[in-house]
Design a protein around this ligand. Structure first.
Ligand code: ARG
Length: 586
């Protein structure tokens, strides 16, 4: 899709071409330094060298000959040393950008670059019989945002939750339950009890050969379809999933498929066979299947007792996805400790020739650190589970709402607290490069002033409240404010928006489509998060410098109201890409 700034760039290319002095491959544009009063620059070094001219001289010549149409978004062209600088025409930019937002509404910023291409995003993927640890929480949040971004870019997106519902640990769990009975109750309590049972019996398998044998037997019986084993296994999986579902709901997470590891139980044989046939793997003297690939440590696809492994299931998963969906990409959002695992599996599948038209991408991420600088871990006793995390965030956000809006009805306050609390947790995970570790710093996460969800949500809510007031409605929250605004003030002149602060806001709105694309290319939701923050800040400067309801003239007031409406819409769209709600008021 061509948005305003794409058009601006295209027109610059055409203008430079029109001089007849610069062959197309030499036209590369750059963003000028902040102190340069221009929006895009053409550094002429390369073409000047080619022609044997001095760069400043060439820039001057180009400035004198360059031509552009009168309705172009280009406002001004000037040479400055070795640069040809281009400034946008502010009035025309405002006209085009506001029209785009008004026409596209919730899909402003979206694109069609992914048209007809399938992309599979795998995230969350917790292990059963335990509460999600922080690694899975990060995966869930980053993965959902990447999914939203890819969907917005027009990809046919599929989300898969590759739950850990298979493997030897189920043998251990079933043994434990056989000895001690099923834990009472449901949800958090039952899961916490299962975690303890598992820890106890896992330790026992190392001390007591009889228990170890029992666990192996159960694990084998489970694989062979024994009814008792299956029944307990199903109970464990169902119980974990129904505990997790409300948490997914709160985070706005949804999956197209939940094909856990068990789903691939009967799909491993062909890959195993093929690996041996193609001599990528061999059977050693004890019967284990070993993969040896250049540049990667060896790994097993089958144990000597015939059992399969995590690697085997992941290999079968890729084969299945490939055959079923023909995706252009499969994105794995899994923490950095599994880097090697994925390098091995990806290399195996590439060598076997499975993924010729599919790019396999591992988006890895760092840890969560507590306020004293320690990584969160169950064995350190500082683990934070998702449910506790969300509840804590919600209750802290409630305190904030009680302060900012004590007069709101109770139900609305609860809803805002949920949106702000959950939003602050999501934002904390997304506002910087996922490779970096994040900290749980509640004051920063819930700050109404810093780089946080509440700040951005608050700036959005301020816009909405100004719009409601302009319509003479002081308290009522209406979803139709936009339509109403267009009905009451249908005509306005965007070229009146000529104050620097207004232009800055317009330019910020114009940048959302590019931010979304860049976030998709780099698997980097933080690009969108940064855009949200910069936009909120531009808006805040605008509010300080430009009165809206009390603008100097009725015409300017109307134009500013439309600017405010467009900014609110764009901010809401940006937040939606991150998976964060934007309440109507706060
Ligand atoms: N269940 C795994 C774990 O908790 C994560 C799964 C990641 N995805 C995959 N395809 N291996 O460690």
């Amino acid at each position: 899709m061509e948005y305003a700034l794409d058009r601006f760039e295209r027109e610059i290319h055409a203008a430079i071409s029109s001089t007849g002095q610069v062959p197309e491959p030499f036209i590369e544009l750059a963003t000028p330094k902040p102190n340069i009063p221009a929006d895009l620059a053409f550094p002429v070094f390369r073409v000047a060298k080619e022609q044997g001219t001095a760069p400043p001289q060439l820039a001057q010549e180009l400035a004198a000959t360059v031509r552009f149409g009168s309705d172009s978004l280009i406002g001004r062209i000037a040479s400055a040393g070795p640069f040809l600088n281009f400034s946008v025409d502010n009035g025309r930019l405002a006209t085009v950008v506001l029209r785009e937002v008004e026409q596209l509404g919730p899909s402003y910023g979206h694109d069609d670059i992914g048209y007809e291409q399938t992309m599979l995003v795998e995230y969350s993927s917790p292990n059963m019989a335990r509460r999600m640890h922080v690694g899975h929480i990060r995966s869930t949040i980053i993965g959902q945002s990447l999914f939203n971004i890819m969907a917005a870019l027009g990809y046919r997106t599929l989300s898969d939750n590759h739950i850990g519902d298979w493997g030897k640990n189920f043998g251990v769990l079933i043994t434990a339950i056989e000895h001690e009975g099923r834990p009472e109750g449901e949800g958090e309590t039952a899961l916490a009890a299962l975690e303890q049972l598992y820890a106890k019996y896992n330790a026992l398998t190392e001390q007591d050969p009889a228990i170890d044998q029992e666990a192996r037997d159960w694990s084998l019986r489970l694989e062979q379809g024994d009814t008792d084993a299956r029944e307990l296994w199903r109970w464990i999986v169902q119980m974990t999933l129904s505990y997790t579902q409300p948490l997914y709901d709160r985070l706005g997470v949804r999956f197209d498929t939940t094909h856990g590891e068990s789903f691939f139980e009967d799909k491993m044989e062909p890959v195993l066979k093929q690996a041996i046939e193609q001599r990528v793997a061999y059977r050693d003297e004890k019967g284990a299947v070993v993969v040896e690939l250049a540049e990667h440590p060896t790994f097993l696809l089958q144990r000597s007792d015939g059992g399969t492994l995590y690697h085997t299931r992941d290999a079968a998963t890729i084969a299945f996805r490939e055959q079923e969906y023909h995706p252009v990409k499969i994105i794995y959002v899994v923490d950095a400790r599994q880097d090697l695992h994925f390098r091995q599996v990806f290399a195996l599948m590439q060598t076997l020739g499975y993924v010729q038209n599919t790019e396999l991408v591992h988006v890895s991420f760092g840890m969560v650190i507590d306020s004293s600088g320690q990584p969160l871990a169950a064995r350190r006793g500082n683990m934070v589970y998702l449910q506790t995390l969300l509840n804590e965030a919600q209750s802290r956000a409630r305190t904030v709402v009680e302060k900012t809006s004590p007069e709101f009805p109770d139900e609305e306050k609860a809803d805002i607290a949920e949106a702000v609390g959950v939003g602050s947790v999501i934002y904390n995970d997304l506002y910087q490069d996922p490779k970096r570790n994040i900290t749980l710093d509640w004051d920063r996460m819930l700050s109404l002033e810093g780089n946080s969800a509440p700040y951005i949500q608050y700036m959005h809510a301020r816009c909405r409240s100004i719009l409601r007031k302009s319509l003479g409605d002081k308290s009522h929250v209406s979803a139709d404010t936009d339509q109403e605004l267009r009905r009451v003030f249908p005509d306005y002149d965007p070229t009146l928006l000529s104050h620097t602060a207004e232009i800055e806001v317009v330019k910020q709105i114009a940048k959302l489509p590019k931010a979304t694309r860049e976030a998709g290319v780099r698997y980097a939701p933080f690009v969108v998060a940064n855009w949200c923050y910069d936009t909120a800040r531009a808006l805040s400067t605008f509010y300080q410098e430009c009165p809206v309801l009390k603008a100097e003239t009725p015409e300017l007031r109307t134009a500013r109201l439309h600017l405010v409406a467009a900014t609110a819409q764009a901010l809401k769209n940006g937040l939606a890409l991150l998976g964060i709600r934007a309440p109507e008021r706060m």
